[in-house]
Ligand binder design. Structure first.
Ligand code: TXA
Ligand code: MG
Length: 318
């Protein structure tokens, strides 16, 4: 990737330019009150795959979906009573809630890493809210830094890390909070998944009871990290050049009936990954077997292979 990254002022022109880039599937770094986020259309598989590519992320961690206000939530997630209470108290603001995903949400499965929950946040930063309103849809946005580096709190940090890899950055000055949002799981009993910009004590006070903590601090709190997460029903074989008889084959770089990318494009392959897994699983049936063609271990290929290895891992009994 070698783009001329545009630096946009957060005025009406800058916002409408940024919204146009997002509508065309491009990526824009936007200021939020916590850190700068790398935003892309959360319904567009290719845009979401491009976020992972720009950050050079080795895993498909699920991403936070940003919305302009609580009223925009309904198509994407259910709102359990405690989540409604917290939304009223803390949105807009640095609170992210992991909620039950709606079946017909239209969100890219790459955003949720194939989970049945989705992380939602309504940011308070006026530039992020202007952009969300101008764009008129959900924006997936992880912190706007290369994977493994420090989260950016100024437009200059974004340019230093991602300049040339993204279409634009909206310069909204320094971020006020400076640490990422607090993340709560609310698809069951309220559980702290990541401490952040809103104090746990303030959340407990609104709920009237303490939050659950993940049972063991060593437990990966992003379910996307679990070895056998999102295992299909069928068994999976990887790095297969020639499928066995009866196997459902998912190709790469060749024109197969099912393919991650006929042209061998890794961003397209990432965008297709969860769709092809589901399709192959449906075709194979519970006792069937799926074989995946080799995918090169470079760029997004690392994240694709990581996910495929997890999907192929032996799984615990249900
Ligand atoms: O303040 C913030 O939250 C910033 C700004 C840009 O909004 N965003 C941010 O995103 O920190 P990111 O991608 O760096 O962190 C998202 C975290 C990840 O640790 C991910 O595992 C977790 O959210 N997450 C997302 N969806 C989840 C889900 N369905 N279940 C559990 N964890 C989830
Ligand atoms: Mg981050």
């Amino acid at each position: 990737m070698n783009l001329e990254t545009e630096s946009l002022l957060p005025d009406a022109n800058g916002i409408s330019r940024a919204a146009a880039i997002l509508r065309a599937g491009g990526l824009v770094a936007m200021p939020t009150e916590t850190v700068y986020g790398l935003a892309g259309d959360a319904r567009n598989d290719l845009a979401v795959a491009a976020i992972f590519a720009a950050k050079n992320r080795p895993h498909f961690n699920p991403l936070i979906v940003h919305l302009p206000d609580l009223d925009a939530l309904r198509p994407y997630a259910d709102l359990p009573p405690e989540a409604a209470l917290l939304a009223k108290a803390f949105w807009p603001g640095p609170l992210t809630m992991v909620l039950p995903l709606r079946a017909d949400s239209g969100l890219s499965p790459l955003v949720t890493a194939g989970l049945s929950t989705v992380a939602i946040r309504v940011p308070a930063h006026p530039v992020a809210r202007d952009l969300l309103r101008a764009f008129g849809g959900p924006l997936a946005a992880p912190s706007a830094n290369p994977s493994g580096r420090i989260s950016p709190t100024r437009a200059a940090h974004v340019l230093a890390g991602l300049g040339g890899r993204i279409a634009a950055v909206l310069d909204g000055g320094p971020c006020a909070v400076g640490v990422e949002s607090t993340i709560l799981g609310l698809d069951g009993a309220a559980t702290l998944l990541r401490p952040g910009g809103i104090a746990v004590e303030d959340i407990a006070r609104i709920l009237g009871h303490p939050l659950l903590q993940p049972a063991d601090p060593a437990t990966p709190n992003a379910p996307g990290q679990l070895a056998s997460h999102y295992a299909p029903n069928a068994r999976l074989r990887l790095n297969v050049e020639t499928p066995l008889q009866g196997e459902v084959y998912v190709g790469f770089g060749t024109a197969d009936a099912l393919s991650l990318s006929a042209t061998g494009d890794l961003i397209e392959a990432a965008a297709n990954l969860f769709h092809r897994l589901r399709e192959a699983d449906a075709l194979a049936g519970a006792d069937g077997q799926i074989a995946f063609a080799p995918v090169p271990e470079t760029g997004l290929g690392r994240a694709i292979n990581d996910r495929l290895r997890r999907a192929a891992a032996p799984r615990p009994h249900p």
